[in-house]
Design a protein around this ligand. Structure first.
Ligand SMILES: Cc1cc2nc3c(=O)[nH]c(=O)nc-3n(C[C@H](O)[C@H](O)[C@H](O)COP(=O)(O)O)c2cc1C
Length: 215
């Protein structure tokens, strides 16, 4: 498969960067092609500006050039992956802004008040998300499930991707053994990328009619 991997961390030599390297090595091992979107190093501007808001209200007639370039990059891919640290139980603002601006109304989805239609023709999304808090904290507050609802269903599923493989790796700031093991898992996620991981246990929350008639 041709996989666009989107990386959002201010420092390439971070632990998140090591996880990116492990994942890309796994993709290589399995013979996949990949392109890297390293949002910080490329200087993507995540600020949603009046021109972005105008296309949200009127349709994607005059998309800003930097947004068009990102959309072309997604158009070249058959699947997508994201590597980012969990910040406030979600994406870093850089990645949130990339989605706000690039996955726009009329391109990634068609909005209607009752039911929207997802338009992205991507076979799968994988997410690799190191987090500082412990597994116990994630369990106690249901953060993992909350992230899956918001991201797997509310963003990726909403835009038409119904095979999502999200991995949250808790405790990375102070669990040395886990940090090593997680890199092995990240490589394995890359090697297993072609396997299906449908959004099953939360599919009843699907918000969207699909282009192919499924819901
Ligand atoms: C602004 C900010 C917000 C954070 N919010 C969370 C959070 O909500 N949940 C969590 O588990 N860790 C949180 N963390 C910790 C990071 O997830 C953790 O430090 C990171 O994954 C470690 O990887 P790195 O060395 O590549 O940055 C936060 C860190 C920062 C800087």
């Amino acid at each position: 498969m041709r996989i666009l991997t989107v990386f959002a961390h201010p420092t390439r030599s971070s632990y998140s960067g090591a996880m990116l390297d492990a994942f890309l090595t796994g993709l290589d091992d399995a013979g996949h092609e990949w392109e890297l979107a390293d949002l910080y190093r490329e200087g993507f501007d995540p600020l949603f500006k009046p021109a972005d808001y105008a296309q949200f209200t009127t349709g994607p007639a005059d998309m800003p050039a930097d947004v068009l370039a990102e959309q072309e990059r997604i158009g070249r891919a058959q699947a997508i992956a994201f590597v980012f640290p969990v910040w406030w139980w979600s994406f870093p603002a850089m990645l949130k802004g990339w989605i706000d601006r690039v996955w726009c109304n009329g391109w990634a989805y068609d909005f209607t008040i009752d039911r929207s239609l997802g338009r992205l023709d991507l076979a799968k999304a994988a997410l690799l998300c190191p987090g500082g808090s412990s597994a116990d904290v994630y369990r106690r507050y249901g953060y993992h499930d909350a992230m899956r609802r918001c991201i797997d269903v509310g963003v990726l599923g909403y835009c038409g991707i119904d095979t999502v493989d999200m991995h949250v790796f808790p405790g990375v700031d102070d669990e040395a053994e886990a940090r090593v093991e997680y890199l092995n898992i990240a490589a394995q996620v890359g090697r297993d990328f072609a396997k299906r991981h449908p959004i099953v246990d939360i599919s009843s929350l699907s918000q969207i009619d699909r282009a192919d008639g499924r819901s």
